[in-house]
Design a protein around this ligand. Structure first.
Ligand code: ADP
Ligand code: ZN
Length: 722
């Protein structure tokens, strides 16, 4: 190949052609360094016929490539996935391929570092400090600062020992190999139901067959144990597994369970990794050495050398939908990746999305069911508390029946969980005298009071301000009042009710790293926490056998706003959080505080009749032509200048093509009319399922131009209507 088409990693540029200099070999998928003007850019070599270029340059005018990365080329299946994702979500291929080439330092090839270890030589001058250091270091090997930390001495002591010959340097590959999981390590005895499901999955992995399967089991039925059997089979075959989790906070408990089952931790991939950790993980994934990778959605585009299985755990979670950059849905892209790689894809959920159920209905996905909890655990009893008939005391949020249940739980030495999906102390703060409300200067949103940090914060853009003592409007002193509860306020109420109990607030403000999550899990398991007050962060994944009571503080909250999935999401969320109760041998109890206990979703939760709820929801969607029976696409137009955003949105609306089976609504100001200082307008495209709505939008927007400061974003299959 003397000429190469290269997808340079710059979203604004199309593919470019280069000359391959003498002595350099590249193939499709090779990661290369290409010149662009005075700059050097990374790029990936692509098949020219699959990536047409609109600016063909003659051979004699091509510039030569500058280098090839010391890393395996991106495989054909991944290249097909990049093309599919770019076409489906109307994104530039470069912005998709960038997610595959996610560690630039990984491209530099093997590197070494200097580590140190004891030689066994006893130094002539053996101070007590030196003796202590050598004893504690023992057989360990590490960087100077790591050894110093282990030994509890300063770096200088270690250096001194090195000079004295008691410690020596060794050159090591900085990418130390990952341990190999052992499929036989902690194999469980499966129940007959579990055995049947696991057998089917294992068989699909062994057969290397693309097969999307919904693993539909109630909370606590052992879905993880079951799909671990499929993982074990992939390991035995030497093929890689990717497990996608909806949230990095869930990584830590997962690592622990994986360790119990396979004797070591899998490779973790998430935004919290340091650059050296990313590099090591990326290289191990690209060479095939990393047999099992667990990660958030960004792990989906990594260059696995031989993928044999993909698991999407808690597959119904809407956090799999990426809301910036490339607006993709990781669950759907995972299925496509399985298709291109030719491997099974397991979607595990206790509350599968209607979209997924419909695929099962149509026979496109297989379904395996686990109808009961594992072992002696029973599904919890669920009751509604009608807030109209049994209201909390004035100024409080917990009704007497829930408080009594908490008291009884505490007396038995068991744990309770209160769920309220609202961070902070109060969702709205206003001045009692003049009614002034605190609004974010950058967004159409109220500032939320956080008492733990003594700040007002915007949950959309992150803007924070101190809580003023004086009202900025009327100058009244100490006139600010908090309206409505957030988790911090509930925690205050709990502290007042049960002063002797230990309460933990669990939100993204308190659990912001895997280490924080691990600490929380440790305290729960040790019984150091009596009552947890948390947001959706505590609704899933966790397994605490001593947690027997769950209280849903405001079940109606998720129904406000009313987007098309509001009822489904409320059902899923409350079902999930209920699933935290009574997972061990002790029975669980759930109380749902609501103003409308007769509402269909509340009735479905209380009776546990999920099928009836889903059937009614599905029919409502079918009638409305909503997903999965019809399709939506959102077009969001934003600019710092309101008039420019509005004009562009109107121009886009006017240019909307007339297509049979497609309607365009708007533009209208977005519910979040201003976000991060940008004014926003939305158009909503509604189309019948069979219409290639991407093609229509591509032609429609492709023919238009707008001022450079206007951003036009297309969101295919939107989940967020703000
Ligand atoms: P799910 O993911 O369906 O909510 P889990 O896989 O977390 O359920 O299982 C719930 C609990 O039951 C876990 O502690 C798990 O280790 C345990 N468990 C499930 N199946 C088995 C089994 N066959 N043998 C031993 N423990 C099991
Ligand atoms: Zn804001």
């Amino acid at each position: 190949m003397s000429r190469a088409r290269v997808l340079v990693l710059n979203a604004a540029l199309g593919p470019l052609d280069y000359r391959v200099p003498h002595g350099m070999t590249v193939e499709p998928g090779s990661i290369v360094v290409a010149p662009l003007g005075p700059r050097q850019l990374l790029g990936v070599v692509w098949e020219p016929e699959r990536m047409p270029s609109d600016a063909e340059v003659g051979d004699n005018r091509l510039r030569p490539l500058l280098g090839v990365a010391d890393a395996p080329p991106l495989g054909a299946a991944l290249r097909r996935l990049v093309e599919w994702t770019a076409a489906y979500y109307l994104a530039s291929p470069a912005s998709v391929v960038r997610m595959a080439v996610a560690s630039t330092s990984a491209l530099e090839g093997a590197r070494t570092a200097t580590e140190y270890r004891a030689t066994g030589v006893v130094p002539e001058r053996l101070t007590p400090q030196r003796a202590q250091a050598l004893e504690r270091i023992g057989e360990r090997q590490g960087l100077i600062r790591e050894l110093a930390a282990v030994a509890g001495v300063s770096d200088a002591v270690i250096r001194g020992l090195c000079k004295a010959g008691a410690i020596e340097p060794v050159e090591v590959d900085i990418d130390s190999p990952f341990p190999l999981p052992d499929p036989a390590h902690g194999a469980p005895d499966l129940s007959p139901d579990q055995q049947a499901a696991a057998g089917t999955l294992v068989e699909a992995v062994a057969a290397r067959r693309f097969e999307p399967t919904l693993l539909n089991g109630v909370t606590g039925s052992g879905k993880t144990e079951v799909y671990f059997e499929a993982v074990a089979q992939a390991i035995r075959n030497g093929r890689q597994t990717l497990v996608l989790l909806p949230e990095i906070a869930l990584t830590e408990p997962f690592l622990k369970r994986f360790h119990d089952r396979f004797g070591c931790e899998p490779v973790a991939w998430h935004s919290g990794l340091r650059s050296t950790q990313r590099r090591r993980a990326w290289r191990a994934i690209a060479t095939g050495e990393a047999l099992v990778t667990v990660g958030a959605r960004s792990a989906l585009f990594l260059p696995y050398a031989n993928l044999g299985l993909i698991v999407v755990d808690e597959a119904h979670e809407t956090s799999f939908k990426q809301e910036d950059g490339v607006h993709y849905h990781a669950r759907d892209v995972a299925v496509m990746r399985g298709k291109f790689e030719g491997c099974p894809v397991i979607l595990a959920s206790a509350t599968p999305a209607i979209e997924t159920r419909q695929q099962v209905e149509l026979g496109r996905y297989a379904e395996l069911k686990l109808p009961g909890r594992y072992g002696a655990a029973e599904m919890p009893a669920i009751e509604a508390i009608d807030l109209i008939h049994e209201p909390p005391e004035r100024g409080r949020w917990l009704s007497p029946r829930l408080v009594a249940a908490m008291e009884a739980t505490l007396a038995k030495g068991e744990q309770s969980l209160l769920f309220l999906n609202r961070r902070g102390y109060a969702p709205l703060t206003l001045c009692r005298t003049c009614g002034h409300r605190f609004q974010c200067p950058n967004c159409t949103a109220w500032m939320v009071e956080h008492r733990l940090t003594r700040r007002l914060a915007c949950h959309h853009c992150g803007h924070i301000e101190p809580v003023p003592r004086v009202c900025p409007e009327c100058q009244g002193e100490d006139t600010l009042v908090a309206c409505g509860p957030g988790v911090e306020r509930i925690a205050d109420e709990v502290a007042a009710l049960f002063p002797a109990a230990t309460t933990a607030v669990v939100t993204s403000d308190t659990i912001w790293s895997p280490a924080k999550a691990a600490e929380f899990v440790g305290r729960m398991e040790a019984g150091d926490i009596d009552i947890v007050v948390g947001t959706q962060l505590v609704t899933k994944g966790y397994h605490f056998p001593n947690l027997t009571l769950v209280g849903v503080v405001d079940a109606d909250l998720g129904l406000e706003g009313g987007d098309l999935r509001a009822a489904e999401r409320t059902f899923q969320q409350i079902r999930q959080v209920s699933g935290r109760a009574g997972r061990g041998s002790k029975p669980g109890h759930v109380f749902i505080q609501t103003h409308s206990p007769k509402a269909q979703v509340m009735q479905a939760l209380i009776t546990g009749d999920a099928d009836a709820f889903y059937e009614a929801e599905t029919e409502a969607r079918r009638d409305a032509g909503a997903p999965p029976f019809g399709r939506y696409a959102a077009i969001i137009v934003s600019s710092e200048d309101r008039a420019t955003a509005h004009e562009t949105a109107v121009a886009i609306g006017r240019a909307a093509p007339r297509v049979d089976g497609m309607a365009v609504y708007g533009p209208a100001p977005a519910p979040l009319a201003m976000l991060r200082g940008r004014h926003r307008y939305r158009l909503l495209v509604h189309a019948r399922r069979a219409l290639d709505v991407q093609d229509v939008i591509r032609d429609w927007l492709g023919a238009l131009q707008w001022p450079p400061k206007v951003r036009v974003t297309v969101d295919i299959d939107p989940y967020n209507f703000l």
